[in-house]
Design a protein around this ligand. Sequence first.
Ligand SMILES: [Cu+2]
Length: 96
Amino acid sequence: MNMEYDITDASDDYYMINGRAFPYTLRESIIEMEQDKKVKLRVLNGHTESMALHIHGHKPTITHYDGVDNGPSSYITRDVHGIDPRATHRFRTQWC
Ligand SMILES: [Cu+2]
């Protein structure tokens, strides 16, 4: 977080949560959870390799695959979600 970041660096090793990439995910968009409050997350894997998303203390439910909601039968709730390269997924989670 205390590093210099070159915005002209065109590397493909990034991901975004709710439209923010690191370090702004820490600085400006910390997600505060409250009991019984649902939170939506939009996650983009901008990397060339798959990534694993794990949110400590939560089991997020994936609801949209690349912007498409295929209905409750496609929703998956688990500790870790794999996200393919260039994929955008939407999740909802709740304090549990
Ligand atoms: Cu954990």
